[in-house]
Design a protein around this ligand. Structure first.
Ligand SMILES: *[C@@H]1O[C@H](CO)[C@@H](O)[C@H](O)[C@H]1NC(C)=O
Ligand SMILES: *[C@@H]1O[C@H](CO)[C@@H](O)[C@H](O)[C@H]1NC(C)=O
Ligand SMILES: *[C@@H]1O[C@H](CO)[C@@H](O)[C@H](O)[C@H]1NC(C)=O
Ligand SMILES: *[C@@H]1O[C@H](CO)[C@@H](O)[C@H](O)[C@H]1NC(C)=O
Ligand SMILES: *[C@@H]1O[C@H](CO)[C@@H](O)[C@H](O)[C@H]1NC(C)=O
Length: 503
């Protein structure tokens, strides 16, 4: 393919809009950069992995991070993983999973509020309350995080357990209740004490209870279930910030010649190929490389890509071209197409699917899509010339016409033969086999009804916010503390609802 002409096509309105939006975008980015500097530091979280090849190994979680607590950031804890509730006569608030380094070793605990600040309760000595600590965050909102029942005689560390320190995993144990005046067991304070699962031997759960270190043969372990595939749906382009680059490209050129001794039909097949590319961007907390089906509007078969990786397919097309020529004459035929690169911010709904569960979790995401494709393949042809000396056969009309005719069947030799001197030939083009070029599905949606430019993330995922859970204790949605998810009652992943936990 030879590059013939490079042309950037943008309407005036979108150019104006994009330049002003790039200024405000610049400001926004600068602001974000500033905020990010002021923002808490993040550290990776390691989980105990499920994959036969890496069984028992640790992998970096794609959705969880440790973030240093910032008392000035009021919104920070909205993504914090919940460890339980703090209940007093007049107060009722979620407590979160935290960690502090004690003597160089990370120790897990839970937060408690002192006035308007949170502290991390992690050790039994020196009051064990720390002002500087990390909080466990479920940023991507697509990892399911929950507390799974654990007993000493269960085999080892559950898949997805979250590592803390050298070889221990986040665990908790229900705080014992004390009988009140009426003899009913009540409990003021944290309903769970957070600590860790120490897998040495058959294992034990270690927590701080009433300022003392306690060991239990059962409890709960925090596990993350990672999705194994995604689906992207409800895709909406931000059309004001959509940019297309069009590149008129010569695809193939060929000579059609009549070497016979009579006026006859000459036919050839023109073949060419092009790269069809798509890239749907990346997103915080969404695992790179996971198989993803893209459901675009009005497309019956979803594209299958790997999330956050560029997807390229080499596509080939064939076109049959025929015309009638006088002996000893020829024409040159050329196919040109417009190779488009479309870039646009979009919003969409990403659904995550988990092993052992029929239920998906979805959240709205915003990212940028980039697609390259070929459209408007056209036939061009030269004047008729003599094969022998290349001289153009004189015609009465000197202009060369371009035909995009797609006449479906070849015409047989007609009786009233045209004289080469007077008329330019009729050249017919016909598709052979499957055609892949044409305006892209995304480009088509740009012409749909306007006003769908909302770009808005951070919505709580569905199936995670309502539904008082059957068998899952939800962790990690500080915003809606009451929320629980329900997974299809998979016996394999028995995440027990804390309320039903018996001691
Ligand atoms: C134009 O298209 C050709 C091939 O189709 C490609 O190699 C080239 O990079 C494109 N040029 C631009 C400016 O996009
Ligand atoms: C672990 O992975 C296998 C496939 O590799 C899958 O069949 C199984 O359900 C997974 N288990 C969990 C708990 O994710
Ligand atoms: C929630 O789960 C149900 C199955 O119980 C499923 O049909 C639905 O699509 C899910 N919704 C989302 C947003 O994932
Ligand atoms: C036809 O194509 C050949 C090269 O393939 C070129 O040399 C010649 O000038 C072309 N003739 C016309 C009439 O375009
Ligand atoms: C080229 O060849 C054709 C036929 O072979 C002849 O009719 C024509 O006069 C030639 N033109 C020139 C300029 O030699």
């Amino acid at each position: 393919m030879t590059k013939v002409r490079v042309q950037t096509q943008r309407s005036t309105i979108s150019r104006m809009a994009s330049s002003s939006s790039s200024i405000s975008l610049g400001c926004l980015l600068a602001l974000i950069a500033l905020l990010a500097q002021a923002r808490a530091a993040e550290h990776s979280v390691f989980t105990h992995k499920n994959a036969s090849s890496v069984l028992g190994q640790l992998v970096t979680s794609s959705t969880l991070v440790w973030e240093s607590y910032d008392p000035k950031d009021a919104a920070q804890l909205q993504y914090a993983v919940e460890g339980g509730k703090y209940v007093t006569e007049d107060e009722h608030y979620p407590i979160y999973v935290c960690r502090v380094p004690i003597d160089g070793i990370q120790v897990s605990g839970h937060t408690e509020k002192i006035l308007q600040r949170h502290v991390c309760l992690a050790a039994h000595y020196k009051h064990g309350k720390y002002d500087n600590f990390d909080v466990l965050m479920n940023k991507g909102h697509l990892g399911k995080v929950g507390w799974r029942h654990w007993r000493k005689f269960d085999a080892g560390v559950p898949v997805g357990a979250i590592r803390i320190g050298d070889d221990s995993y986040i665990g908790r144990h229900r705080a014992p209740g004390q009988p009140n005046n009426e003899g009913i067991a009540t409990h003021w304070g944290a309903d769970f004490n957070l600590g860790h699962l120490d897998p040495v031997g058959l294992g034990k759960i270690r927590v701080i209870e009433s300022q003392r270190e306690k060991y239990y043969d059962d409890g709960e372990v925090l596990v993350e279930t990672e999705p194994f595939r995604y689906e992207l749906r409800d895709i909406k382009l931000d059309r004001l910030r959509t940019e297309t680059q069009e590149n008129l490209t010569e695809l193939v050129t060929r000579k059609l010649e009549n070497l016979e001794d009579k006026y006859s039909t000459v036919e050839t097949i023109l073949s060419y190929s092009f790269d069809y590319n798509q890239y749907w961007g990346s997103h915080e907390g969404v695992a790179r490389g996971l198989p993803t089906k893209i459901f675009e509007k009005d497309v019956s078969v979803p594209a299958e890509i790997y999330w956050a990786l560029k997807h390229t397919e080499r596509k080939s097309e064939n076109k049959a071209v025929h015309t009638k020529l006088w002996p000893g004459t020829a024409i040159n035929v050329t196919l040109r197409g417009v190779y488009v690169t479309l870039e646009a911010p979009y919003s969409g709904k990403l659904f995550a699917f988990y092993y052992g569960s029929d239920e998906s979790v979805s959240r709205k995401i915003s990212a940028e899509v980039r697609k390259s494709y070929l459209k408007e393949v056209k036939l061009e042809f030269s004047p008729v010339y003599f094969i022998e000396n290349g001289t153009i056969v004189p015609t009465t009309t000197t202009t060369t016409t371009t035909s995009t005719s797609t006449t479906t069947h070849a015409t047989t030799t007609s009786t009233n033969e045209p004289t080469p001197i007077n008329e330019p030939p009729l050249v017919h083009m016909k598709d052979q086999g499957v055609q892949h070029s044409g305006p892209d599905t995304l480009e088509k949606t740009l012409h749909d009804s306007p006003s769908s430019n909302e770009v808005n993330s951070h919505e709580a995922p569905e199936n995670m916010s309502s539904n008082p859970g059957k068998d899952v204790a939800l962790a990690g949605f500080g915003g809606n503390a009451a929320g629980s998810i329900s997974t299809a009652g998979s016996a394999f992943l028995t995440l027990l609802l804390t309320v039903f936990m018996s001691l």
